[in-house]
Design a protein around this ligand. Structure first.
Ligand SMILES: Nc1ncnc2c1ncn2[C@@H]1O[C@H](COP(=O)(O)OP(=O)(O)OP(=O)(O)O)[C@@H](O)[C@H]1O
Ligand SMILES: [Mg+2]
Length: 507
C-alpha cells in the first residue's frame, strides 16, 4: 500500500532534567511538500527535529519513514537513511575549504587516498545544479555568513535525502539568496522530497508552505493546510491569544541633538562614504537599505570596529575618540551585532555570566569584588522583561533555544546602560510575541533619554518604532526622512538611489 505520509512523527515526548520540552507531539509530512513548523522561541521546534535526526533520544514516541519505524543513533545514521538537516546554528570548520566541509567524513576515495578530483567535480556539479557561484576550493572563513549558509544548504541537499529539515535557514541570507533557496526547494519538491521548514518570517511561510504545524510550550496545537490559514490565525495559535498590536505606542519624545556624525568614511571595503547625520536625545533613528548598502559597516565604524578614512563624532558638541570598541564603550556606546550567535556568546557559561559580562565593572564594590546579588538581580530582571524561556539564570546559555540566546545578548547590552545604543537587526530570529517586548524596551530606553539607532531589513519594524529613517545606498546616505511622513515606496526608491553609480571612479 502506498503510504500517504513520507514521514510520521507520533507522540514524541522529551524532557531535559525534569522539564518537559515536548509533550506527545505528532507531525506528518507528505512527499513533495513543504511543512512549516512554527512556534514561539523555546516552543520545542529544534528539539523535535534533533530527536528525529539522532542528536537527542526522545523519552517516548515513534518515527516512521515510508511506513517503517526507525530510530537514528546519531546524525550519521540519519544521513545514511535519507534524512538531512540544516541547523539553526552553523557548525562549520572555517579553516577548511568548502570541499572539505561538504564531504567531511565521506571523502570519495581512490586506492585508499582521498580523490580530490572527484570531490572537486562533485561539488562543482552540486553547485551548478543549485545555481551557487562559489569556488569549492575557497576557505570557509573567506565567505560571508550568508554564503556559508548556502554551503550548508548545498551539503544537506548533497545527501540525496528524502526528508530535509531546514531550521531557520534564511536568518542570514540576502533577498537574492532566499530566492535561490526557494528555487532549490521547488526542485526538491518536484523530486518528491519532504521538507520541514522552520522560520519566524511570516511572509516566507505563506510563500512556500503547503502545510503548517504550530507548537506551543512543547505541545501540538494544530496542523492546517496553508490555504486555510491567515497570519492572525497562526499568531493566535502560537501565542494562545490575539495580538492586537504589533508595535507599542511611541511614547519617546526626541530632544536636542546628542550626537553629530561628520564625513564618516571607512578606509577599507566594504566602504562607507561621507556619512553625515544628527541623532537626537531620546530619538530612535532607523537605518534602511538593501543588503550590502553599508548599514552594518556604518554602525561598526561608529563603534570603532572599522578603520576610518575620515570622520568626526561629536557628543553634545564635543569631539570624542571612538577609534576602538573599548574607547566606544567608555564613551557609553553599545553595539548589538548582527551576528550575535557567532560573535557574542560564551556557550559554556550560564545566563548570569552572559548577561553581565560586558558590564562587569559596574558590579564591583569598592574593594573590587563582584557584587553577586546585584548581578543576579539584574539578570532576573532581564529574564522577566524579555520573557526569556529558561528554568532559571543558572542554566548554561547553550541549552536555551536559539531565539532565547539572542534575547540574553540583547539584554547584556541594555544592562551596560549606554547613552548611544546601536542595534543591528535586533529582532532577527525572535518570535512575533517577543518582538513586541523588545520594541517596548527600545522605546522605553529612548523615553529615558537614550539615543538609539536601529538597523533593520524589516520595513514594518522601521515604520513601527522609529522617529526618523536614514536610508543608505551603496555606502552613502541617500536620504533622511520623518517616519510619520514617509512611505515604503519612498524608502525603496532612496535605497536604490546610488546603485548604478560607478564607485571605482570615485575611490
Ligand atoms: N540541551 C538542552 N538542555 C536543556 N534544555 C534544553 C536543551 N535543548 C533545548 N532545551 C530547552 O528546550 C526548550 C525548547 O527549545 P528549542 O530549541 O527546541 O526551541 P525552538 O522552538 O527551536 O525555539 P527558537 O525559535 O528560539 O529556536 C527551551 O526551553 C530550551 O531551553
Ligand atoms: Mg530553534
Amino acid at each position: 500500500m502506498q503510504e500517504e505520509y513520507l514521514l510520521r512523527i507520533k507522540d514524541v515526548s522529551k524532557s531535559f532534567s525534569g522539564v518537559t520540552v515536548l509533550n506527545k507531539v505528532c507531525l506528518n509530512i507528505r512527499p513533495g511538500t513543504v511543512h512549516s513548523l512554527m512556534g514561539e522561541n523555546g516552543a520545542g521546534k529544534s528539539t523535535l527535529m534533533k530527536c528525529l535526526f539522532g542528536i537527542y533520544r526522545q523519552d517516548e514516541g515513534q518515527f516512521f519513514l515510508d511506513g517503517e519505524e526507525f530510530n537514528f543513533e546519531d546524525p550519521k545514521h540519519a544521513l545514511e537513511n535519507g534524512v538531512s538537516m540544516v541547523h539553526q546554528e552553523l557548525n562549520q570548520v572555517v579553516q577548511r575549504t568548502i570541499n572539505d566541509n561538504i564531504w567531511l567524513g565521506r571523502y570519495p576515495r581512490k586506492r585508499g587516498f582521498v580523490d580530490e578530483k572527484k570531490m572537486y567535480a562533485d561539488t562543482k556539479a552540486l553547485f551548478e545544479r543549485l545555481n551557487i557561484h562559489l569556488d569549492p576550493r575557497m576557505l570557509l572563513d573567506k565567505l560571508s555568513v550568508s554564503q556559508r549558509q548556502m554551503v550548508e544548504i548545498a551539503k544537506a541537499v548533497s545527501y540525496d535525502a528524502k526528508i530535509i529539515v531546514l531550521d531557520e535557514p534564511t536568518s542570514s541570507l540576502t533577498d537574492n539568496e532566499v530566492k535561490m533557496l526557494f528555487d532549490i526547494i521547488g526542485v526538491l519538491k518536484k523530486e518528491g522530497v519532504g521538507i520541514v521548514y522552520i522560520s519566524h518570517k511570516m511572509e516566507e511561510i505563506f510563500e512556500i508552505s503547503d502545510d503548517v504545524t504550530v507548537l506551543r510550550d512543547g505541545s501540538h496545537i494544530g496542523t492546517e493546510k496553508i490555504e486555510n490559514l491567515t497570519m492572525e490565525k497562526i499568531v493566535n495559535m502560537m501565542v494562545g491569544r490575539d495580538l492586537e498590536e504589533r508595535f507599542p505606542p511611541k511614547t519617546n519624545v526626541p530632544g536636542d541633538v546628542h550626537m553629530t556624525v561628520k564625513n564618516l568614511s571607512t578606509k577599507y571595503a566594504p566602504f562607507v562614504q561621507d556619512v553625515n547625520f544628527d541623532l537626537h536625545k531620546g530619538e530612535i533613528l532607523g537605518v534602511a537599505g538593501l543588503v550590502g548598502a553599508g548599514r552594518t559597516e556604518m554602525v561598526e565604524a561608529l563603534f570603532g570596529a572599522r578603520t576610518l578614512e575620515s570622520g568626526e563624532i561629536l557628543i553634545d558638541g564635543k569631539k570624542i575618540d571612538n577609534s576602538t570598541p573599548h574607547k566606544a564603550i567608555n564613551n557609553r556606546f553599545a553595539l548589538l551585532t548582527e551576528e550575535r550567535r557567532q560573535t557574542g556568546i560564551y556557550p559554556v557559561a550560564d545566563i548570569t555570566f552572559n548577561s553581565t559580562i560586558s558590564n562587569v565593572k559596574s558590579y564591583k564594590n569598592k574593594f573590587g569584588f563582584l557584587v553577586d546579588h546585584k548581578m543576579k538581580e539584574d539578570t532576573d530582571k532581564q529574564i522577566g522583561a524579555m520573557r526569556i524561556k529558561t528554568p532559571n539564570r543558572k542554566e548554561l546559555i547553550r541549552s536555551l533555544s536559539g531565539g532565547n540566546q539572542q534575547k540574553v545578548i540583547i539584554g547584556r547590552w541594555l544592562l551596560t546602560n549606554p547613552d548611544v545604543l546601536l542595534l543591528d537587526e535586533p529582532t532577527r530570529g525572535i518570535d512575533v510575541g517577543a518582538k513586541f517586548e523588545i520594541y517596548q524596551l527600545i522605546i522605553d530606553l529612548a523615553k529615558n533619554g537614550k539615543s538609539v539607532i536601529v538597523v533593520s531589513s524589516e520595513m514594518p519594524e522601521l515604520l513601527g518604532i522609529t522617529n526618523r529613517i536614514m536610508v543608505m545606498s551603496n555606502g552613502r546616505v541617500s536620504g533622511i526622512v520623518n517616519t510619520e511622513e514617509t512611505t515604503q515606496t519612498e524608502i525603496f526608491n532612496l535605497s536604490a538611489k546610488y546603485l548604478n553609480n560607478n564607485r571605482e571612479a570615485e575611490v
